[in-house]
Design a binder for this molecule. Sequence first.
Ligand code: C5P
Length: 223
Amino acid sequence: MADIQVLTIDGPSGSGKGTVAQLIAKDLGWHYLDSGAIYRVLAQAAIKHSVDLADEQKLAVIAQDLDIVFSLADNSLKVMLEGEDVTTLIRSEKAGNAASKVAVLPAVRSALLERQHAFRQLPGLVTDGRDMGTVVFPDAAYKVFLTASAEVRADRRYKQLKEKGIESNLSDLVIEISERDIRDSERTVAPLKPADDALILDSTAMGIDTVFERVRALCADAY
Ligand code: C5P
């Protein structure tokens, strides 16, 4: 397993990591894991089964048995929970916030570790999240930490949600995203922070093409 190469892209919400990760995975011909989607689906499963988002023991059991299927359709990630298409449902900021509540719980995070490791398959894996380079794949050959100013991230998220047909309000998004950033950065287990050996990219004033080229250059010897 450990000899299968991994590129990790971590960063706060709206930094553009998902977009870049999917582009580079396609370019390299590697698998792709959207680890945030797992936390989003878990929160959705908890809501569906009326489990409190703070009930660590029950959530860890749900995490262990989570019936989740990812597939790529027309270049976008389709997500199924217990046979139901939740692709759009899990993308709202409300779903992101619920995800960050279940993500603070240590038993939940450890129940999801093996599931994430299973995505490490030949010819390689590109993954994005908060702790991919620090906790889940600490031995990854390539690590990026992608960030951007809070305003730019909220604006990007607003446009992204609009494209997906999800209504949102920019000023609410600024508040929700910063609440989520604080929860993700201040939790005791696997907080959002760059790995010591990560390339840190601030994309506040960078277009997606430039970010893509910088990440591509980092992984040049994988091509
Ligand atoms: O990346 P995304 O916004 O979809 O993630 C949703 C939430 O899931 C994050 O705010 C974070 O709390 C949690 N998450 C995490 N660790 C990851 C990926 C996501 O804790 N590796």
